[in-house]
Design a protein around this ligand. Structure first.
Ligand code: NAD
Ligand code: DAU
Length: 349
């Protein structure tokens, strides 16, 4: 791994991953990001001039630009984070989820195939080209929703329920097809809900922390008893690095930390940590088609690759709340722009 193309590196998980790689490897990190509402170069201000870091502003759907980046930097590894990532937005405006998440992935796969000189025959030799790897950052949402029991394993059938999760599942299928048809050395990771520094405040945890900081109501969807399986973003980054290094080509690896929590309990924990009142909780109309429960079985990545999460939820959430309290400028810049329009429209009821 010498020259790594990280797409969506100015977003929440991508920027944490750029930091992780610059601290833990000698690879050149080329960050391609379109800087949508979710992309923020302030997340990377401290590494802007790092000798192993380059930033290219652009769209993963731009074929000519992607080809140029492969050629200019002799890219041997791709980690594709770039996506529209918010379920609620996908319900309001699905189209961009399909173009970015599906077509964008296809453009990256095609550029990798061409630059790495892969042809259909490569697959049948069963010898994958050495030293190159495409990693697709997917999500547990492709598996759909669970009832009260059970967990998602890598063989759980895909059953995505929102336009967002459909777009991610479709991209996964394309990745699988490029492996099967062209011998592209791919791996797919499917992680549970992340939290941590630099998360955009449209997502549950930073939204609730921000509203608590401003003594605003805390909008809990439906009965608040939906369950998510939370993982600190730094543990997601270490898992991706582990899969890049040791994952078997063509395989899917689930990533999770066995940490299921009901939404309302998360909100109550944030309230008590921040010394606020539970009177701020407001139950609002439920998300249409809301998945009830997610839970990741992480046996494959822990036993086969030896990865384990390092954060307990208690430590991770306390650090995260502290991070947001200490980065009010970061938050204030975001919430003073388009975010306000989004928030008013989304939560007007
Ligand atoms: P995010 O919304 O915070 O960041 C997405 C980034 O992609 C932004 O920097 C944005 O500017 C960039 N981007 C969007 N469209 C682009 C395009 N067409 N070309 C180039 N860049 C573009 O998302 P996130 O929460 O950091 O998620 C990153 C990835 O991880 C996504 O693929 C998401 O599906 C996946 N994932 C997220 C979670 C989670 O809990 N957040 C969990 C599992 C998987
Ligand atoms: O599971 C992985 C997925 O986690 C990722 O693939 C997605 O990119 C990421 O956005 C996240 O999806 P969720 O829909 O689970 O995350 P979100 O933070 O939007 O919501 C978490 C839960 O909290 C969900 O059950 C909806 C609920 N919620 C969310 C918001 C924003 C509320 O009750 N109130 C809110 O205001």
């Amino acid at each position: 791994m010498k020259n790594v193309l990280v797409t969506g590196g100015a977003g929440f998980i991508g920027s944490n991953f750029v930091h992780y790689m610059l601290e833990n490897s000698d690879a050149l990190i080329v960050n391609l990001d379109a800087l949508t509402y979710a992309g923020n170069l302030e997340n990377l201000e401290d590494v802007r001039d790092h000798k192993n870091y380059r930033f290219v502003k652009g769209d993963i759907r731009d074929k000519a630009l992607v080809e140029q980046i492969f050629a200019d930097y002799d890219i041997d590894t791709v980690v594709n984070f770039a996506a529209e990532s918010h379920v609620d937005r996908s319900i309001v405006e699905p189209e961009i989820f399909l173009t970015t998440n599906v077509i964008g992935t296809q453009v990256l796969l095609d550029a990798a195939k061409r630059h790495w000189n892969l042809a259909p025959d490569d697959k049948y030799s069963r010898e994958y080209k050495e030293g190159v790897r495409y990693l697709q950052v997917s999500t547990d949402e492709v598996y759909g929703a669970l009832g009260k029991t059970g967990m998602f394993t890598e063989t759980t059938p895909l059953s995505p329920n929102s336009p967002y999760s459909v777009s991610k599942a479709s991209a996964d299928m394309l990745v699988r097809a490029y492996n099967n048809t062209f011998g592209l050395p791919v791996v797919i990771t499917r992680c549970s809900n992340n939290y941590g520094p630099y998360q955009f405040p449209e997502k549950l945890i930073p939204l609730m922390i921000n509203n608590c900081m401003n003594d605003k109501q805390l909008p809990v969807y439906g009965d608040g008893m939906q369950i998510r399986d939370w993982l600190h973003v730094k543990d997601h980054c270490s898992a991706i690095a582990t899969v890049l290094e040791k994952g078997r080509i063509g395989e899917v690896y689930n990533i999770g930390g066995n940490n299921e929590k009901a939404n309302v309990n998360i909100v109550k924990l944030i309230i008590s940590t921040m010394g606020k009142s539970e009177d701020l909780i407001t139950y609002v109309k439920d998300r249409p088609g809301h998945d009830r429960r997610y839970a990741i079985d992480n046996t494959k990545i822990t036993t086969e690759l030896g990865w384990a999460p390092s954060y307990t939820f208690e430590k991770g959430i306390a650090e995260t709340i502290e991070w947001f309290m200490n980065h009010r400028d970061w938050m204030n810049k975001i919430i003073s722009g388009d975010y306000l329009n989004y928030y008013n429209k989304m939560y007007e009821q």
